[in-house]
Design a protein around this ligand. Structure first.
Ligand SMILES: *Cc1c(COP(=O)(O)O)cnc(C)c1O
Length: 394
């Protein structure tokens, strides 16, 4: 508390003045707000629980020291070396030959998604997504002045699957300028068949189709990437991130692959020099050290499968997951269970779906802490199957 603190009515008056200045379409909106709480077990934002290995820290530090002397200069605006490295990595990961001129990057995939919306949607235009999906898709669209349409999955029946017919019908109805698909989908965890992506691309040749593949590295074997469709469709954009599998959420590096003409369009909306020298250096060091950084992906997938198995046995039905998290149901009151777990030092995510919560697969001991807390829940947390129809997803 400082001496300068104003009387509450003064603060309120100033708040009113600022509120009145805010863009009409932003009034009453809530900001992205995953809690950042200091608790022993943090399994709420799908970060990689494993710290950056010492040898990778050393490589990053050396590269940063070498680059620091040139910080008087702007960074490479085209981040060419990084784009070449990203193209090389993605070619290795997907088996699809990719070139640097098909790659774009930003401060997290949130920024590359924003670039896509700025270039292809915006005021007077429409974006469509299929709820429940990544909450930033509507937030980015709306803050860029785009009309957002909340498409539907089979949520009314408790099924989150998205079929080609469902998507195509909604795309035909709304004629969006940009459509967001998410595979594996956050928060449900399940990957989308390429038939769905291809059906949309075929049905809507003048719609930019974004496939958000933030969790692709965790997918179960045989899960294809939409990258395979790039050669056939200039309207396809596939986004990826180093925030999850690469254990680099703090580094803020997301990227996308698309036709070089799409990349050219994104140059029109980005801020000059948007990727700092530090970001480029850290990301390149991380890509060079990827074997060490990605070493825990298999361990994380094991914990994910363990969560699915054990929650099934406990009677909290999980949704099949290709990601590093699991959405599970069977809860009488999701918010109450979230609180109870937090009281036991375990932070997971209430994504706003009645009777469901989402948990990130962490280290074996973090996962054990979560499963122990779940096993210790009072019976009152359990959704009574008899009242299922009354309490079902509305
Ligand atoms: C976590 C996540 C991202 C990553 O965002 P960054 O800005 O790259 O950290 C993107 N899309 C989805 C679906 C996510 O869950």
């Amino acid at each position: 508390m400082t001496e300068m603190t104003e009387a509450p009515d003064m603060t309120e008056a100033r708040t009113q003045i600022v509120r009145a200045l805010l863009r009409e379409d932003l009034r009453g909106q809530t900001a992205y707000g995953a809690p950042q709480l200091d608790v022993p077990v943090r399994l709420n934002t799908n970060e990689n629980s494993y710290a950056v290995p010492a040898e990778v820290v050393a490589a990053m530090t050396t590269a940063l020291a070498e680059a620091a002397v040139d910080l008087n200069r702007y960074p490479d605006r085209e981040f060419t070396a990084l784009r070449e490295d990203l193209a090389g990595w993605l070619t290795a990961q997907t088996g699809v030959e990719l070139q640097a001129d098909q790659v774009w990057a930003g401060n997290g995939s949130n920024e590359v998604l924003q670039h896509v919306v700025q270039a292809f949607a915006g005021p007077g235009r429409i974006a469509l997504g299929f709820t429940p999906a990544y909450s930033m898709h509507p937030i980015i669209s709306r803050t860029m002045g785009t009309r957002w349409i909340d498409g539907v999955r089979g949520a009314a029946t408790g099924v989150f699957d998205l079929t080609a017919d469902t998507v195509v019908a909604q795309v035909r109805e709304h004629e969006p300028h940009v459509v967001f698909l998410c595979s594996p989908n956050n928060p449900t965890g399940t990957a989308l068949g390429l038939d769905v992506v291809q059906a949309v691309l075929e049905a809507a040749p003048t719609t930019v189709v974004v496939v958000d593949e933030a969790y692709a590295e965790f997918a179960r074997p045989g899960t294809p990437s939409a990258v395979e469709l790039l050669a056939a469709y200039p309207t396809l954009v596939v986004t990826r991130t180093m925030s999850k599998a690469f254990a680099l959420a703090g580094g803020r590096l997301g990227y996308l692959v698309a036709d070089p003409a799409v990349i050219d369009a994104l140059r029109l909306v980005r801020m000059p020099y948007h990727l700092s020298t530090q970001t480029q250096v850290i990301a390149r060091a991380a890509l060079a050290q990827r074997t060490a950084l990605l070493a825990e992906v298999d361990a994380i997938k094991e914990q994910r499968d363990r969560i699915v198995r054990e929650l099934t046995a406990m009677g909290y039905p999980p949704v099949p997951s290709d990601a590093n998290f699991v959405l599970f149901g069977g809860l009488a009151d999701a918010a109450a269970t979230w609180q109870d777990l937090l009281a036991h030092g375990v932070l997971i995510r209430d994504v706003g779906i009645p009777h469901y919560l989402r948990v990130t697969a962490g280290t074996p001991s973090e996962t054990t802490a979560f499963l122990d807390a779940m096993a210790g829940l009072e019976a009152t947390h359990r959704l009574d199957p008899a009242s299922n129809h009354l309490q079902g997803v509305s």
